[in-house]
Design a protein around this ligand. Structure first.
Ligand code: CU
Length: 156
């Protein structure tokens, strides 16, 4: 009896994993749709190689960020709003300090990578919020002020 129950559970779990694995395949009426974004630093500049990108509301976004600098640490932090929220998160991050420069309180953050060393990359997954414009910034001290930011546009 116990063995039977184990197999029932195993089969149920396999079904869940199989459905999750198929999530990227389109044609399912939108429920499993996903979007992939690649973004990097602009070489040694305090800037991203994309000043903006657009994603559809509610979709699962898989974002890969690559730090192409040979000297600087960088991250990408997508905030829940525009310039005012970006400035707030930047200040919170500086107060949080090294090594990650990320506030423990994530209430103003949609998604963030770790602080990445030169040449490193990280892939993060998040759900796109409602339609609007959202800033993304690097929270390493002085990088946002130096121009390291962009805008994620969310379409309806
Ligand atoms: Cu940076």
């Amino acid at each position: 009896m116990k063995t039977h129950r184990f197999w029932m559970l195993a089969v149920a779990l396999l079904a869940v994993f199989a459905m999750a694995a198929c999530g990227g395949g389109g044609g399912g009426g939108g429920g499993g749709a996903s979007t992939t974004i690649q973004i990097a630093t602009d070489g040694e500049n305090l800037a991203y190689d994309k000043k903006e990108f657009t994603v559809p509301a509610g979709q699962t976004i898989t974002l890969t960020f690559k730090n192409t600098s040979t000297a600087q640490q960088h991250n990408i932090v997508i905030v829940k709003g525009g310039e005012d929220v970006a400035a707030k998160v930047d200040e919170e991050a500086i107060n949080a300090g090294p090594p990650d420069y990320l506030p423990a309180n994530r209430e103003n953050i949609i998604a963030a990578t770790k602080m990445l060393g030169p040449g490193a990359s990280e892939t993060i997954t998040f759900t796109a919020p409602g339609p609007g414009t959202y800033y993304y910034i690097c929270t390493y001290p002085a990088h946002y002020a130096g121009g390291m930011w962009g805008v994620m546009k969310v379409s309806s």
